[in-house]
Design a protein around this ligand. Sequence first.
Ligand code: AMP
Ligand code: ZN
Length: 112
Amino acid sequence: MSDCLFCKIVAGEIPSKKVYEDELCYAFYDIDPQAPTHFLVIPKAHIRSVSQVDQTNAAVVGHIFSVIARLSKELGLESYRVVSNIGDQAGQSVLHLHFHVLSGRDMTWPPG
Ligand code: AMP
Ligand code: ZN
């Protein structure tokens, strides 16, 4: 999608600090980290949020979770949190599906 920030990052039009890339997904460090380790994993194809996941595109979500598991092992993360915000009230600021991976500090529950 031409006016989407994360589509522009996938296309290399906006710089990012890459963690991992394959044909289906892209992982990069968050520009405003909320934990000592904070990266995002996104599908290369534009999907607005979890609310737009259906039978036609769900495979990429499973793939992303396998990538998160592998990257977390490679980065030595023993404990981490995976978060996806959906909609305004939950705090979604970029309307391209993304999974935050946060690690390296104590976390509280419930989240704020
Ligand atoms: P959310 O608020 O859940 O939609 O998450 C969007 C995330 O994207 C926020 O944590 C931002 O800090 C992050 N973000 C915004 N712009 C960039 C960028 N250019 N590079 C890396 N992360 C970004
Ligand atoms: Zn997009």
